[in-house]
Ligand binder design. Structure first.
Ligand SMILES: [Zn+2]
Length: 340
């Protein structure tokens, strides 16, 4: 199936909300990791979301060009081509974009979609995240509204964040923020929904409930998923049963119990990056240590070409990540739920 059309994406989101499951949203940095996601989703008959961060985009453009938007476009076009051959539906999304990076990342990506539409082609990306969590909520929502207006015309969905996801990702470190910013409030969630719903009710909302990027040891972080429940209730009470599409950031390392609790409160997307990075690297570690003498040219020898061919360990890494994607589908109950 091709990458989800705007209509298919909407159908995916509605199905997840109605059936209380969430899509794994997996960060990729190139062709290998994108293939791992597609294959994992397909084996589980699960739809899902492939996402690219600013750092992932920059990496994908190479160490010479270092263009976050160009790298993201290149991965997206690759996924568009490859997704055709898989029997599930995948959406393309971009991850955290802070205000200072909008001009270098999200804006050129929106332009790229507009350009494609003029030529009669489909959208490049289904959704983009704006992370204005470093701003006051008022300022954050003001920019989110402007973006939502612009993106709505192009049938692109906006993800916004209120409160702060803790920890460190892609060099963006929020581990120093005060503890109470890690927990948004029902009032703030209501304010966001009130502000955005007149433009579009189809937006994704990363409300923080103590979640943190990067794996943390059990007990290191105190998740309060009931914040999401209370926020949704405030929205539903005021707007006759309406609720927001919620996003769980920093899903790596969370217990199954916590994950399942958030599904009951309307989480329909969970971002998983750290666990995927580890799954990818783990078999490479074995390969290098076990085959130490083969991957190196020691003392005038030539080593073993079969062992230092990047494909030999690349396939192991890809398969390991694919297995982690499959586990995510089961954890998030998206297995077998494809709209295809
Ligand atoms: Zn995040």
């Amino acid at each position: 199936m091709p990458v989800a059309t705007p209509q298919m994406y909407k159908k995916m989101l509605e199905k997840a909300k109605n059936n209380k499951f969430a899509f794994p949203a997996i960060n990729v940095t190139g062709m290998e990791s994108a293939r791992a996601v597609l294959a994992g989703l397909a084996e589980k008959k699960s739809d899902g979301i492939i996402q690219i961060s600013t750092g992932g985009g920059e990496y994908a453009s190479g160490t010479t060009l270092k263009s976050m938007s160009l790298g993201a476009i290149a991965i997206a076009e690759y996924v568009h081509r490859l997704a055709d051959s898989f029997n599930i539906c995948v959406a393309l999304h971009t991850d955290h974009c802070q205000p200072s990076k909008l001009e270098k990342f999200v804006k050129p990506l929106i332009v790229e979609t507009a350009r494609r539409r003029e030529k009669g082609l489909g959208n490049l990306f289904n959704s983009h995240m704006f992370d204005g969590s470093e701003l006051s909520l008022k300022e954050n929502v003001k920019i989110a509204k402007e973006l939502l207006l612009e993106m709505k015309d192009l049938e692109i969905i906006l993800e916004m964040e209120a409160g702060v996801t803790g920890g460190e990702e892609d060099g963006h470190d929020t581990s120093g923020v005060s503890k109470d910013k890690l927990y948004t409030t029902a009032e703030d969630m209501l304010y966001v929904h009130e502000s955005l719903r007149d433009i579009s009710k189809d937006y994704l909302f990363a409300a923080s409930f103590g979640n943190v990027h990067g794996v943390y040891k059990p007990g290191g972080v105190h998740l309060k998923p009931t914040i999401l429940r209370d926020g949704q209730k405030a929205i539903s009470d005021k707007f006759k049963g309406e609720t927001a599409y919620l996003v769980f950031h920093g899903g790596s390392g969370s217990s199954l119990e916590e994950i399942h609790e958030t599904l009951n409160y309307g989480v329909i997307k969970m971002n998983i990056d750290t666990d995927m990075q580890y799954a990818y690297t783990r078999p490479i570690v074995d390969h290098m240590f076990i085959n130490y003498n083969g991957v190196l040219k020691i003392e005038g020898e030539v080593g073993n070409k079969k062992l230092y061919d990047p494909r030999s360990y690349g396939k192991l890494a890809e398969n390991s990540m694919k297995e982690r994607v499959k586990l995510a589908c089961d954890d998030l109950k998206s297995s077998g739920q494809s709209i295809i």
